[in-house]
Design a protein around this ligand. Structure first.
Ligand SMILES: Cc1cc2nc3c(=O)[nH]c(=O)nc-3n(C[C@H](O)[C@H](O)[C@H](O)COP(=O)(O)O)c2cc1C
Length: 178
C-alpha cells in the first residue's frame, strides 16, 4: 500500500508526496484582488513544510463576481506577476501549484456586482435577487475572454494563471498543476 510520503504522478507532473492543501479562501487581497506578500508567505510556508500539492484558494476571474471585495483575483494581466511570485515561492520547495478559478455566481457580494448564476435558481441574498442568466462568455463580459490562460513566454514555466490548457467555464474549476 502506498504511503503518504510516496511520490505520486499527476498527469505530466510528479508530486513528491501525497500531502495536499485544499483551497481555503482567506479574503486578504486588496480591492485590486492582487496577491500580497502575506499570500506568498502563507503558501510558501505550507510548501516549506512538505505540502507537495497546493490548490490556491478560490481565485475570482471577474471583478464583478467576487465573494467579497477582498477575494483573490485573476481577471487582468496586472495580477499575473503576483501569482507568479506565489507559485515560484512554492516551486522553491518542489511543490505543485494550481489556481482554483472561481466565479462567485449567486454568492457574489453586492459590493462587487449583481448576483448572476448559470441556473434557474433564484436566490435572495444581501437584499438582492439573483438574475437568471446563462453563464457564458457574453454574460460575464470580457472576463472569460481575457483570462490569461497561456504560457508566460518561451522557456518559462507555466505558472498560476499562465497555463497552456484552457480552463472550462464552470463556476469553480482548476487548471493543470504548474
Ligand atoms: C475557511 C475555509 C475556506 C475555504 N475556502 C475554499 C475555497 O476557496 N474553495 C473551495 O473549493 N473550498 C473551500 N473551502 C472548503 C475546503 O477546501 C474543504 O473542502 C473543506 O474544508 C472540507 O474539507 P474536507 O473535504 O477535507 O473534509 C474552505 C473551507 C474553509 C474552512
Amino acid at each position: 500500500m502506498a504511503k503518504a510520503t510516496d511520490p505520486i504522478v499527476i498527469g505530466k507532473r510528479t508530486a513528491k508526496n501525497r500531502v495536499t492543501m485544499a483551497p481555503t479562501v482567506k479574503f486578504i487581497a486588496g480591492e485590486d484582488g492582487r496577491v500580497t506578500e502575506d499570500f506568498v508567505a502563507h503558501y510558501a510556508e505550507r510548501a516549506k513544510h512538505q505540502c507537495a500539492f497546493i490548490c490556491v484558494e478560490a481565485t475570482c476571474v471577474a471583478k464583478e463576481a467576487r465573494l467579497a471585495p477582498s477575494q483573490l483575483g485573476l481577471w487582468e494581466d496586472g495580477q499575473i506577476e503576483g501569482h507568479r511570485k506565489l507559485t515560484d515561492a512554492c516551486h522553491e520547495y518542489d511543490t505543485l501549484v494550481v489556481p482554483q478559478l472561481h466565479y462567485g455566481g449567486l454568492g457574489t457580494h453586492p459590493a462587487c456586482g449583481p448576483l448572476v448564476g448559470p441556473s434557474k435558481m433564484v436566490r435572495e441574498a444581501f437584499g438582492q435577487k439573483s438574475e437568471v442568466k446563462e453563464l457564458s462568455r457574453r454574460t460575464s463580459g470580457a472576463s472569460w475572454g481575457s483570462l490569461p490562460l497561456r504560457r508566460c513566454g518561451p522557456g518559462r514555466r507555466a505558472t498560476t494563471g499562465c497555463s497552456s490548457t484552457p480552463a472550462t467555464a464552470t463556476s469553480s474549476t482548476t487548471s493543470p498543476p504548474g
